[in-house]
Design a protein around this ligand. Structure first.
Ligand code: ADP
Length: 259
């Protein structure tokens, strides 16, 4: 719990800082990008300056994308929660997910037949799915399978140190057959700016954003992973109108694991 409080304070501080800095940077970048674009139209393509200005322009555009991400992260987006069906939310982004992961990765969706309704912002649920899918894709450079599943889970009994408190949940799980993670990496993945990707490829904000959205939705997230064995992220969202039932077991067989 203490770790969770630390995590959320860190997120708030980083979010505010990032949002403020990103805003100022964005204004500066508008100037750099604007003049670079003008220069490119006035320079002859065989001018020795041309490729240099082109690089300025490209770097400027990458920087703009990064500040956009930072702004979104820092904005502490206000949720517009509605009562929604996770299967429908999944359906809404399936096409986008397929395009995102490319042709070498198979997308398998396994919707529960009667998934509990939850209170959440549909746009943000979509963002959670996209962020998890991008990471899954990056973990499977030579192809594999991405499985997205919805399920009803009852976490029962007294809290026993597990992250997920007792209650009824609609669970969204995202599984890849990729590289997996060492414990060392796993312990830091939700921290803002933690990344193992090449500079320019990773920002380290994907999972911090996911974490923020899940927490704001009153949910929980756990990860199960092993090097070379792939990774599963499970997002637990409290069932809407679903009272806590203390002594029911998790349905569907698998009991949630602490993460
Ligand atoms: P980024 O993707 O920009 O690096 P994230 O916060 O989304 O930032 O992820 C942080 C790190 O967590 C990644 O750099 C990677 O090391 C690890 N990671 C996240 N998802 C997976 C996954 N599905 N498989 C393996 N490693 C992952």
């Amino acid at each position: 719990l203490e770790a969770q409080v630390r995590q959320s304070q860190k997120m708030d501080a980083v979010g505010q800082l990032a949002g403020g800095v990103a805003h100022d940077f964005n204004n500066l970048l508008t100037i750099i990008n604007g003049y670079a674009a003008i220069q490119l139209t006035t320079l002859a393509p065989d001018d020795p300056m041309y490729p240099m200005v082109q690089e300025v322009r490209e770097a400027g555009l990458r920087a703009r994308d990064l500040t956009r991400q930072l702004l979104a992260f820092g904005r502490q987006q206000v949720l517009q929660p509605v009562v929604l069906d996770l299967n429908e939310a999944l359906q809404d982004v399936t096409q986008m997910l397929r395009r995102l992961i490319g042709e070498d990765i198979e997308l398998v969706t396994v919707p529960a037949s009667d998934v509990l309704r939850v209170r959440a912002d549909p746009g943000q649920i979509g963002q959670v799915l996209m962020n998890l899918a991008v990471n899954a894709r990056d973990a499977m450079p030579t192809g594999g399978a991405l499985t997205v599943e919805t399920r009803n889970v009852v976490v029962g009994g007294a809290p026993d140190g597990r992250e997920v408190p007792p209650g009824r949940y609609a669970v969204l799980s995202v599984t890849d057959t990729g590289t997996g993670m060492s414990d060392d990496v796993k312990n830091h993945i939700f921290e803002p700016f933690f990344t193992t990707k090449d500079p320019g490829k990773g920002t380290g904000l994907g999972l911090a954003t996911v974490y923020g959205i899940v927490k704001q939705s009153g949910g929980h997230i756990e990860v199960e992973t092993a090097p070379e064995r792939g990774t599963t992220f499970r997002v637990y969202l409290p069932g809407f109108d679903a009272p806590v039932v203390a002594d029911e077991r998790a349905d569907g067989g698998a009991a949630p694991v602490g993460g």
